[in-house]
Design a protein around this ligand. Sequence first.
Ligand code: HAS
Ligand code: CU
Length: 552
Amino acid sequence: MSITASVQPFRSEHRLTLSYFVVALIALSIGLLMGLFQGLEHAGINLYPVLSPIIKSYYQGLTLHGVLNVLVWTTFFICGFLTFVTVHRLNRPLANLRLGWFTFGLMTVGLLLAAWPLLSNDATVLFTFYPPLQAHPAFYIGLTLVVVGTWLVLANLVLTYRRWRKDNPGVRTPLAVFMSLITMTMWTIATLGVAAEMVFLLIPWSLGMVGGTDPLLARTLFWFTGHPIVYFWLLPAYVSWYTMVPKQAGGKLFSDPMARVAFILFLILSIPVGLHHQYTDPGVGQGWKFVHAVFTFGVFFPSLLTFFNVVASLELGGRARGGTGWLMWIRHLPWGEPSFTAQVLAMILFAFGGISGLVNASYNVNLAVHNTAWVPGHFHLTVGTAVTLTFMGILYWLWPYLTGKALWSKNVALAQAWTWFIGMAIFANALHRLGLLGMPRRTAIGASPYLPLQPEWQAILPLVGIGGSILFLSGVLFFLNTVLTPLLSKQKARVEIPVAEALSGPEEAPAILDQWRPWLAIAAVLILIAYGPVLANLVATTPLNVLGRRVW
Ligand code: HAS
Ligand code: CU
């Protein structure tokens, strides 16, 4: 299926996707700006006294940075993107467009509700909002509405899929749709944790309806959602790596059935692993932490499958374009295409993010890195690059497709992808090293009284500022293109939606891979095993008696 912008079907759906993207981009622009200030602070350039009429502290900026980048930019981009993918690959309109707009409205209202206390410094609780830090109720209520909105996105996609299924009995679900549905289904199950945390603990507590809360129970419910959220961010990037990038590389997807297996593994293994964020928390039995550690190594596996499948697909592309030799095919890949280049650079840094994830996941080694700068080093390679740079790469074709205007500047886009790659390599490497030297995360380190005692940190900290500044510059280049494409670009877009064929196609996948019930049942059983006793014990024994604190 190749559709150019001049003969676009699904115009209403496109407007919906575009609306999600606009909100996502606004969030990212503010989020990135906050990141610049943090990077500079680490390098000894403290701008917060100047910023204080707007941003009261490093920690308010950090909260905005985390919430806007990892909760808003990702979620709004994903809801728009997966809707687009499903509609196009099924080649039918959204089952309920009005529900689609209602959902978008609900999520935007939720976002505005949460944004108000964030901006007025009444929700400086960081993106994990751990109690006893207590935010204004609007923050919790707003975020809850955003989550409810994502459930409605799933509902709409499922309705659309079921209509397609009725008309196409026995046909294999198109891979990209299969992946989109798995992503949203996994996410919906995962959000039961944070929904329970909000509805039973944080909202009544912040409204003063109950006397207290419990940090451990709240954190455990948070990480029930908080780990799988990272795959909610990653899997849409994988949708592109598997079903679009091979086509952009000039080749085919190596194996469609293996891609399905990887996604099913994510469906069943993404959730029962959250305790790997709580290895150091007292009050949860060590045996249960060990169970989660084992499952974490399990969920590493589908990314290894992805590594193999995606690189094999790139190789097919490089060879189809005339490349030969063990590695020389890499040179023949379309490095002049910003969408392709951004995504492959994202993959390369993700390999390193995966390795640091493995260190985090190792029960005992985690003690050396937990709560240090190593962890933000890890997640800037994963969500900050594998996901964000991929989404930017997707926008390099999808933004022109949706706006009808050719990309304002391909060269600026290429420079953007490379500056992100270089800036992040410097930035994340510095944070990983600082983490190994014991530097704490989430700390205004430049202002800390113990910094003068740490010459080793001081030697590396300027790199955080340099890397962060390059990243900010890269962000500016990105926004030049997104803003100027619709405003200044004279040429009409001639964009083909990249749809990769598979070398080993869907018909070779066993039928069970296209069924839902067995996998959902296994997912439920694993969650019950990993979380049932832990949560039952906490709920039964925890007194809700901790008062809220405002320490900012
Ligand atoms: Fe993580 C903490 C373990 C993946 C995000 N993680 C975090 C936090 C975030 C985050 C935000 O076990 C901090 C939360 C907080 O605020 O406290 N993580 C893992 C593991 C993986 C992993 C085992 N994380 C991610 C992804 C994220 C993300 C993905 C976001 C999108 N993480 C942890 C643990 C902690 C943690 C502990 C808690 C730490 C602590 O103590 O607090 C794995 O899923 C990683 C698997 C990845 C791979 C890489 C595969 C490579 C591919 C690319 C191949 C293509 C190439 C291109 C190289 C195995 C698929 C070749 C190019 C050519 C041209 C040929
Ligand atoms: Cu995790």
